[in-house]
Design a protein around this ligand. Sequence first.
Ligand code: NAP
Length: 289
Amino acid sequence: MGNILDGVKIAASIYADIKSRCGVLAKKGIVPGLATVLVGEDPASHVYVGQKIKQCGENGLSSIHKPLPATATEADVIRVVHELNRDPKVHGIIVQLPLPKGIDPEKVIIELDPAKDADGLHPFNQGMLVRLKSWKDICASGIPLPCTPAGIIQMLLFENIPVEGMTAVVVGRSTLVGKPVAQLLSSLNATVTMAHSYTKDLMKVCQSADILVAALGKPGFINKDGVKKGAVVIDVGITRSQNGLKGDVDFEHVKDLASWITPVPGGVGRMTVAMLLKNTVVAAEKMAS
Ligand SMILES: NC(=O)c1ccc[n+]([C@@H]2O[C@H](COP(=O)([O-])OP(=O)(O)OC[C@H]3O[C@@H](n4cnc5c(N)ncnc54)[C@H](OP(=O)(O)O)[C@@H]3O)[C@@H](O)[C@H]2O)c1
C-alpha cells in the first residue's frame, strides 16, 4: 500500500505555526479575528462553520460569527460584508458557500476587502495568482491563497514530494479548487493538465499523471484504470453518504498503486480549515506591520 498523506498530522503542524504566530501578535495586543458569515440553515454549512469557530478558539484567534436567516437578501449579506470590512478586529472574512438560491456568490465575494479575503476567492487575489509565475513569488506576495488548493500544496511540500517537472492532472476546474490548484502546481513547475466533464478518454488522461488531483465531486469515480503505478493521488472530493464521507477516488482499489494517497476523511479536508486560519493570521501580521 502507498504512503498515507495524513491531513490530521500535517494540519497539526500548520496549527502549531499559527499558535506561535498568534503568540507573537498577542505581545503587540493583536488577536487575529476571523469572521464567518453563514446564511440560512444548510446543515453541512453549519458543521463547517462550527469547525472553523472551534479551531479559532483552540489556536489563539477570535471568531466573529454573523448568522443570517435564509430569507436574507443579497443586499443584506453585502451590508454585513461591508461592516466586517470596516471592523478593525476582523482580519479575515469567510462567506460560507453555498449561499441560498437568489444570492449570487460572485456579487458577494467581490465586495470583500481583498486584504481580508480569508478564503482567497476575491477576483483580485485570484487574478494575482494567475499573474505571479513562481511559488516563491506567490509566497512573497502574501496574497491569501484559496484554502483547499493551498492545503494540497502544503501536503506535498511537507512530505517533500517532488513536483518540479512532474506531470500533474487535475480533474475539475472550479474556481474554488480545480483552477487554483492547477495554477499552484504550475507555479511549482509541474506540467499541468486540467480535465473536466468534456475531457475525452478521461481515464487515459489520468493514467499519465505523476500527481493526480481528483476534485469532481463524484464518489469513487477515479478507479485503478485512471492511476499510474507510483502516482501521488490527492482526493479532494467530499460527498456525504449514509456510510459517512466519500471521496472521488476508489481508495480500496487505488491504494496499492499509489506511492502516496490522501484518505477521506482525514486528508485534504483537514487542511482547508488550517489554511483559512493561516490566511487570517498572515492578514493580521500584514495589517500590524
Ligand atoms: N476537502 C475539502 O476541503 C473540499 C473543499 C472544496 C470542495 N471539496 C469537494 O471537492 C469536490 C469538488 O468541489 P468543487 O467545488 O470544485 O465542485 P464543482 O464546482 O461542482 O466542480 C466540479 C468539477 O468537476 C468536473 N466534473 C464533474 N463531473 C465530471 C466527470 N464525470 N468527468 C470529469 N470532470 C467532471 C466539472 O466539469 P465542468 O467544469 O465541465 O462542469 C467541474 O469542473 C466536491 O466533492 C466538494 O465537496 C472538498
